[in-house]
Ligand binder design. Structure first.
Ligand code: ZN
Length: 463
């Protein structure tokens, strides 16, 4: 029976609960104090803190276990299939759950459908538990580690920092499951966009929006695949008549195909207010991949919106260097002497000096000639996206910083490290969790009780 239910005693349920807790806490206190008194109180602050921490953990374990059992729902659930009231066949079915104070042995009511449609323990959902027997608070901490470090390392850190014993496989299961909940939200936003519903911006529309994208290689399902990273950031006009990025950047990662990337990035841009009336400027920054620029027009533009396409400066500079290395394959100094002034000119004057230099070249051999021909094509195709002096005059980013850091910080540092092998689903789950963390969506996401959203519905009888 729940402690909160009325009893024959003259105490209220809350008083009953308080009395039960006090008894347990005082028993822990007495045992702890007796040991401290026998051993002698440490003068070292480190030892003192460690001893108090042990006590807090012991008391925390007791408090959570008793309180959780007390606050579980008492209303009788109905069957999800036949809607008949379920029958309680065990008022105190135990479950052991791992949390930040250790393992809690919790007891909750266990119901079955009289017509045999299945069973239910509604307390689990009320507590915010999912299929992994880990509390939401511990799950959040484990996921927070997984956002930064590999699963095995996260398990080691959990043990060292908080004394929580979990193995890498458990950490992986919890984090990937939670990441899939976040990813399901991403998918729903994209489905809405495909169905023609543009999400309303979460705040007032920006005056302009920076939309940047880049890719990196990640090993998924046995092979290397290019993974796309996108970032959206509001742009605001300054008193000098230029633009400047404002607010926090919003990141997204697509581990699947390129064709899935634009809908994902567009859903983020829409949530950032790209379609709002206030938004007049869209600055698109990407690398030289043709698919980016061929498909961008399907998503961005329209009446009252100016789209400025910017080829990421870092990528453009790499193409100047490709020619330099083809011309001087064995002479780094000579290659630099050729490339450095042209890269500077590209930034300060735009593509014309590079195109002029390429036009004048007489390549020494067929291999160099092939590179020069290819890069002439590259600089011709992208010339309109290389007006870097103009972008800089207007305060628009020319890439390097924003795009490179998005790719490095959000993607490479966690997913492309040496020896990392992923399933596509797992990589997407962790990438989305990391992107959401870096985009400031962490607290709101955990407030949505993601563990409960993992409960497989078909095994559940009650709604
Ligand atoms: Zn039923």
């Amino acid at each position: 029976m729940s402690v909160l239910q009325p009893t024959a005693a003259d105490k209220s349920p809350l008083q009953e609960l308080e009395a039960a807790l006090q008894q347990r806490v005082m028993a822990r206190w007495a045992a702890w104090w007796a040991r401290m008194a026998a051993e002698g109180l440490p003068t070292d602050l480190g030892a003192l803190e460690r001893a108090v921490e042990q006590f807090v953990h012991q008391v925390g374990q007791q408090l959570v276990a008793v309180l959780a059992t007390a606050v579980q729902p008492t209303n009788r659930p109905t069957c999800g299939v036949c809607h008949a009231p379920l029958r309680c066949v065990d008022p105190a079915r135990p479950i052991t759950v791992r949390g930040i104070f250790g393992d809690y042995r919790l007891e909750r009511a266990y119901y079955v459908c009289p017509a045999g449609h299945g069973s239910a323990t509604p307390a689990d959902a009320a507590w915010g538990l999912g299929p992994a027997r880990v509390t939401p608070r511990l799950a959040e901490r484990l996921c927070r580690l997984v956002v930064e470090v590999p699963f095995e390392r996260a398990a080691t850190l959990a043990a060292e920092l908080w004394g929580v014993a979990v193995d890498g496989e458990t950490v992986r299961r919890v984090a990937e499951g939670v990441g899939q909940v976040a990813e399901a939200t991403e998918q729903a936003a994209q489905a809405a966009v495909r169905a023609g519903q543009v999400p309303a911006p979460t705040g007032p529309g920006p005056a302009g929006l920076l939309v940047a994208l880049d890719g990196a290689m990640v090993h998924t399902d046995g092979a290397w695949h290019e993974v796309q990273v996108g970032v959206c950031q509001a742009l605001q006009p300054t008193a000098r008549g230029t633009w400047e990025p404002t607010g926090a950047p919003d990141y997204c990662v697509e581990v699947g195909s390129r064709t899935a990337f634009w809908p994902r990035l567009y859903a983020h841009a829409a949530a950032a207010g790209v379609e709002s009336r206030t938004c007049h400027l869209i600055a698109l920054i990407g690398d030289g991949a043709h698919w980016i620029w061929e498909d961008a027009g399907a998503y961005f533009g329209g009446p009252g919106k100016q789209v400025v396409e910017i080829l990421d400066f870092y990528h453009a500079a790499e193409h100047v260097w490709a020619v330099a290395h083809a011309l001087y394959p064995a002479d780094e100094a000579a290659a630099a002497a050729w490339a450095d002034p042209l890269v500077a000119a590209l930034r300060d004057q735009g593509p014309a000096p590079v195109q002029a230099a390429l036009a004048m070249l007489a390549p020494p051999d067929p291999a160099a000639a092939a590179v020069v021909a290819r890069e002439r094509g590259y600089f011709a195709y992208h010339a309109d996206r290389m007006d870097y002096p103009r972008y800089r005059r207007h305060g628009l980013p020319i890439g390097s910083g924003t795009v490179e850091s998005a790719c490095k910080v959000v993607l490479k540092q966690r997913l492309s490290q040496g020896g990392m092998r992923w399933s596509r689903v797992g990589a997407q789950a962790v990438a989305t969790l990391r992107a959401w963390h870096r985009s400031g969506r962490w607290a709101a996401f955990w407030a949505s009780r993601p563990l409960t959203q993992r409960v497989p519905p078909k095994r559940r009888c009650a709604a």
